[in-house]
Design a binder for this molecule. Structure first.
Ligand SMILES: Cc1cc2nc3c(=O)[nH]c(=O)nc-3n(C[C@H](O)[C@H](O)[C@H](O)COP(=O)(O)O)c2cc1C
Length: 393
């Protein structure tokens, strides 16, 4: 699935502009919102009618547009990512020089580089090899632009060489992969077992299945996953680094050790961690002849310690909150408490009433209170993948 939901799709004047239509069409079919901005030259190659027909949105080209004068800022801020495809030699050189004489290039001057900017060049091989173009491309890369370099092949002008724009599917796949490969995610899974004596323990019903489904989804996207799971929990099918824990104490030690050693982009803390441990664990087997009183001590909230103990101080955290109430105000308060205590970036909320063998409904909530609902484990896994990809690319 494409990692961005709102794309500002810019087109400049190249004969490869027709290929942009296939990419736009694929994105729209996937439910991505696409807003096209084309240079006046680009509209000589493909018509606004085609682009509007594909996206369902009016195509913009001019900086001065009645009623929409702030498009040169607003459209950039509206998007999750920008794609300039095709990028002409002229557009590349103008952008590197800070020239802003149409909407495509003015938007570049106003670009907020916390969002990715993908540039897909298409031109004759002499234009691509020109020192001006080379210097401009290097400058744009320094600014933070991601260049999807052209292939070698036969060009529209009849010459053969490097400058041929990538095919729509190649562009799609490269954007999906960019920035993901090798990025590290830690997933905790399953439930702790608090020992009573050498053979008995207090446990919970967590199976680790949800965490395993999430891990599999993100492993498929190219993330490097460390799966910290309880001994009895299920593992992902995909290749990852699996480490097992037993009790709260064991999980705490292993979790903090891993967090201090490796730089994770994301921690998905899905493990069901016991709020209590047995105060005095008996070595050997307690005789069962008599009544037994256990004294439990309160455990600290591990989620509140994750960011503090992380090597990567910019790590993003997803916490989980299971409630047992239909009272929305109680739910909202419980979720708010997690955000406050742990500095979590997202909380996955689910309620016992919405979890059964065939059903697992809930919502992913961000710090601003925006909610994405999910209908089952696999939907949750896909939506978490989308969330982390949007944030980490
Ligand atoms: C038929 C035709 C094909 C062209 N193909 C390309 C191309 O593939 N790449 C390129 O950089 N310029 C190409 N150009 C030249 C650009 O369209 C021209 O430099 C234009 O000023 C670019 O404007 P823009 O960057 O504002 O879109 C082509 C021109 C024509 C007439």
């Amino acid at each position: 699935m494409f990692p961005f939901r709102k794309i500002l799709f810019k087109i400049s004047g190249s004969i490869a502009a027709f290929k942009a239509c296939a990419l736009i069409s694929r994105l729209v079919k996937e439910g991505v919102e696409v807003q096209v901005v084309a240079t006046p030259s680009a509209l000589n190659f493909i018509g606004a009618a085609t682009l509007e027909g594909l996206t369902g949105k009016k195509v913009f080209s001019e900086v001065f547009h009645d009623g929409q004068m702030m498009n040169h800022i607003y459209l950039d801020r509206w998007s999750n990512a920008v794609i300039l495809c095709p990028a002409s030699a002229n557009a590349i050189n103008q952008m590197a020089a800070g020239i802003a004489d149409d909407l495509v290039k003015t938007l570049f001057m106003a670009h907020d580089f916390t969002r990715p900017y993908f540039l897909v060049p298409a031109m004759n091989e002499k234009m691509w090899a020109h020192p001006a173009t080379k210097a401009s491309v290097n400058k744009l890369v320094e600014y933070g632009v991601r260049v999807l370099s052209p292939n070698s092949g036969s060009l529209a002008c009849g010459e053969v060489g490097e400058g041929r724009m990538l095919e729509p599917d190649e562009i799609y796949n490269l954007i999906c992969e960019t920035g993901i490969n090798g990025k590290k995610v830690l997933v905790t899974a399953g439930g702790t077992r608090e020992p009573i004596d050498s053979v008995r323990f207090i446990g919970n019903t967590s199976t680790g299945n949800t965490a395993a489904a999430i891990a599999d989804e993100i492993i498929r996207s190219g993330y490097e996953v460390t799966f910290l799971k309880s001994e009895s929990a299920n593992s992902p099918k995909g290749k990852c680094n699996i480490i097992s824990f037993s009790s709260f104490k064991d999980l705490k030690n292993k979790l903090f050790k891993i967090l201090a050693k490796e730089s994770f982009e994301f921690v998905i803390h899905a493990a069901a961690v016991s709020d209590y441990s047995v105060e005095k664990v008996v070595s050997g087997k307690i005789e069962s002849a008599n009544e037994l009183n256990l004294r439990l001590k309160r455990n600290p909230k591990l989620i509140s310690e994750i960011k503090k103990n992380s090597k990567n101080k910019r790590v993003k955290l997803i916490g989980f909150k299971l409630t047992d109430t239909e009272d929305r105000s109680v739910i909202d308060l419980a979720v708010k408490k997690i955000f406050l205590q742990s500095q979590a970036d997202f909380v996955v909320h689910n309620d016992l009433s919405l979890i059964s063998e065939n059903e697992h409904r809930g919502e992913i909530i961000d710090k601003d209170g925006n909610k994405k609902s999910f209908s089952d484990k696999s939907d949750l896994a896909k939506k978490i993948k989308r969330v982390i990809t949007e944030v980490s690319i």
